[in-house]
Design a protein around this ligand. Structure first.
Ligand code: ZN
Length: 118
């Protein structure tokens, strides 16, 4: 249910941005999604659409930049992108792998729609 937490967090972040800037709603948002938790970006998108209903983010264009998780070999120190849950170092074949923590969700860009002034 990690995607669900991230989607809620994004909706909350956008709500705060709307309030802070006095905007009427969110036009688009670009996020970087990824890291150690193997986030499913399609599940994340669907949950975001669900949670944003009735908020200023409803109908927002969501642009997702996927960041692959990074792993570091404890034996030889090389870093690489692990493609499965039991990664093997491509350099030395070691299974002593550490996942390098990255934030799962980074908001890169928020495009706000400002209220029309009459
Ligand atoms: Zn290695």
């Amino acid at each position: 249910m990690h995607e669900s937490q991230l989607a809620r967090k994004l909706v909350a972040t956008l709500e705060a941005a709307v309030k802070e800037q006095g905007a009427s709603r969110i036009k688009s948002v670009k996020v970087r999604l990824g890291g150690v938790h193997w986030v499913d970006s399609e599940a994340f998108r669907e949950l975001f659409i669900l949670f944003s209903q009735g908020t200023a983010s409803e109908g927002t264009e969501l642009i997702i930049e996927e960041a692959p998780p990074r792993a570091k070999c404890s034996q030889c120190g090389s870093t690489f992108t692990p493609y499965d849950h039991d990664p093997v170092c491509p350099q030395c074949g070691s299974r002593e792998i550490e996942l390098v923590a990255e934030p799962d969700l980074q908001v890169l860009e928020i495009s706000l729609l400002m209220p029309t002034l009459h």
